[in-house]
Design a protein around this ligand. Structure first.
Ligand SMILES: *Cc1c(COP(=O)(O)O)cnc(C)c1O
Length: 417
C-alpha cells in the first residue's frame, strides 16, 4: 500500500532504521499512555457519567449537568480540585488570559519563572504590542526570571524572584524556543521552591501540549492552576474548539467570574452541541497523545538520520508533543512545511505561504491539513521565518498516518538537497 506514496527506496530504508531505533521509546510511550487511559476511564466511572450528560443545553444553559460533570471528570483525571472546561474559550491564549485576569488585581506582580512567555501571551501581559486592556494597563506589574544559557530554569533564584509576587507563571512546553520543556517533576520542584519563599503565591502553569504525556499533571504536584487548549492534547482531536483550566476550587471560581460575569460564573453557558465531543475527546486523548508522541519520536530520529539537528533527541524523556528541526534556510523551511501539508488528510493540495499572524512578531508559515482548523493535536508544523529557520512540529492523530505525513515532508526536503 505504501507504494502509492512513491517514496524513494533510500528514504524508506532510513525510515525502517528510524523505526527500529525507536522501539524502546515507543514501548515507554505506550506504557504511559495505558496508565493515562486507565486514569481517564476511572474518572468517567467515578463521576458517574451517563448518556444524558452527553446532551447539550441552549439559552442560558442553566442546570446543564453534562457541562458541570465534564468539569468534574477533567478535574479527577488531572488530579485537580476543580476545572472549567468550556467551548467558550476561543483558544489556549484566551484560557490563559482568563486565568491571569481572574487571579491578578491592580498592584499585583506576576513573575514568569521560565523566561519570556509564548508569543501571544506577551501582548496579554503588555510587554509587546499596542493592544489596550493588557494586564499592564490594568496595573499589574510583570517581571521575568530568565532561563540560564542552556535554557534551564534557574532553580536557586526562584526564592528571590517570587518575593512580593501574587502569581508565578510557568510554561511547561518550549513554545517557539529551543529550550528543554519542563518535566512535571521539575514543575513540582519549582512549586515547592516558590511556596517555601512565598506561601501565598499562586502558581499558574501554561500546560499546552503537556496533557497525558506524563502520568501526572502539574496540578497533581502542587500547581494552583493549569491551563490548556482543547484543540491540542486533551480534546483528543474530537473537541471542535475550547479550552480548560484546572486547579484550586476558589481560583477556578474566580476565573469563571472572569470568563462569564461576577456572580454568574460556572452556572451559565450553553453547551450547545459540544458536550459529547468534549467527553469523547477526553476519552480518546491519551491514546491520541500516544500516536502523536510516536510520530514525534519517529520524526526526530528520521530527520537526525538525514543529517539535520533536531530538538529534543528522539530518545530524550518527554513532557510535551513538540519537536523541532533546524533546517537552516527559508527554502528548506517552506519545503518541510509544504511537505507536512501535502501529507495531510485535509487540504493536501493547498500550498502554505508565510504570513503575518496576529500575536506573533515575525512572519509564520504553518502547515495544518486538519479536520479542525488549527488543531495542533493533528499533524502540523509551524515555523517563524527567522534564523536559524527552525520548524516546530507536533501532533498526529494516529501513528501510521503521522508517519506518512513525516515521510512526505522528508521526501520534500530530500528533493532540495
Ligand atoms: C498553543 C500554545 C498556547 C496557546 O496558543 P493558542 O494558539 O492560543 O491556543 C500557549 N502556550 C503554549 C506553550 C502553546 O503551545
Amino acid at each position: 500500500m505504501i507504494d502509492c506514496f512513491h517514496f524513494d527506496p533510500e528514504l524508506l530504508s532510513l525510515a525502517t532504521q528510524a523505526e527500529q531505533d525507536c522501539a524502546t521509546m515507543f514501548a515507554r510511550v505506550e506504557e504511559i499512555g495505558a496508565d493515562c487511559e486507565a486514569a481517564v476511564l476511572h474518572a468517567f466511572q467515578q463521576c458517574g457519567v451517563r448518556s444524558m450528560h452527553l446532551q447539550g443545553s441552549d439559552g442560558y444553559g442553566y442546570g446543564d449537568e453534562g457541562r458541570d460533570l465534564l468539569d468534574a471528570v477533567f478535574a479527577k483525571a488531572f488530579g485537580a480540585e476543580d476545572a472549567l472546561v468550556r467551548h467558550h474559550f476561543v483558544s489556549g491564549t484566551h484560557a490563559l488570559s482568563v486565568a491571569l485576569f481572574g487571579v491578578l488585581r491592580a498592584g499585583d506582580t506576576m513573575v514568569s519563572l521560565t523566561g519570556k512567555p509564548y508569543d501571544t501571551m506577551q501582548e496579554v501581559i503588555g510587554i509587546r504590542g499596542q493592544g489596550g486592556g493588557s494586564l499592564r494597563e490594568f496595573g499589574v506589574c510583570y517581571r521575568e526570571l530568565d532561563l540560564d544559557v542552556s535554557g534551564k530554569v534557574q532553580m536557586e533564584a526562584i526564592a528571590d524572584a517570587v518575593k512580593g509576587c501574587r502569581v508565578a507563571y510557568l510554561q511547561r512546553s518550549c513554545g517557539y524556543t529551543m529550550r528543554p520543556s519542563l518535566s512535571v517533576a521539575t514543575i513540582g520542584e519549582m512549586v515547592a521552591a516558590a511556596k517555601q519563599s512565598n506561601p501565598d503565591i499562586v502558581v499558574i502553569v501554561d500546560n499546552c501540549y503537556g496533557e497525558f504525556v506524563e502520568r501526572q499533571e502539574p496540578t497533581a504536584v502542587g500547581a494552583d492552576l493549569m491551563v490548556g487548549s482543547l484543540i491540542k492534547n486533551p480534546g483528543g482531536g474530537i473537541a471542535q474548539t475550547g479550552g480548560y483550566l484546572a486547579g484550586r476550587q476558589d481560583l477556578v471560581t474566580q476565573c469563571a467570574y472572569r470568563l462569564t460575569a461576577v456572580g454568574i460564573g460556572k452556572e451559565v453557558g450553553a453547551s450547545l452541541g459540544q458536550n459529547r465531543g468534549m467527553y469523547l475527546g477526553l476519552f480518546f486523548a491519551p491514546s491520541v497523545v500516544v500516536g502523536a508522541m510516536k510520530t514525534s519520536i519517529f520524526a526526530l530520529r528520521l530527520l537526525k538520520l538525514m543529517g539535520y539537528p533536531v530538538f529534543p533527541a528522539y530518545d530524550a524523556p518527554r513532557t510535551d508533543l513538540i519537536g523541532a528541526v533546524k533546517l537552516g534556510s527559508p527554502d528548506r523551511l517552506k519545503r518541510f512545511c509544504r511537505g507536512i501539508q501535502a501529507g495531510s488528510p485535509i487540504d493536501s493540495v493547498v500550498t502554505p505561504e508565510p504570513w503575518e499572524m496576529p500575536g506573533y512578531d515575525s512572519q509564520v508559515i504553518m502547515a495544518a491539513g486538519t479536520f479542525t482548523m488549527g488543531a495542533s493535536i493533528e499533524l502540523s508544523a509551524d515555523a517563524p521565518l527567522r534564523e536559524p529557520y527552525t520548524a516546530w512540529f507536533q501532533g498526529g492523530l494516529t501513528y501510521q498516518t503521522g508517519k506518512l505525513g513525516i515521510l512526505t515532508a522528508a521526501q520534500a526536503l530530500r528533493a532540495a538537497e
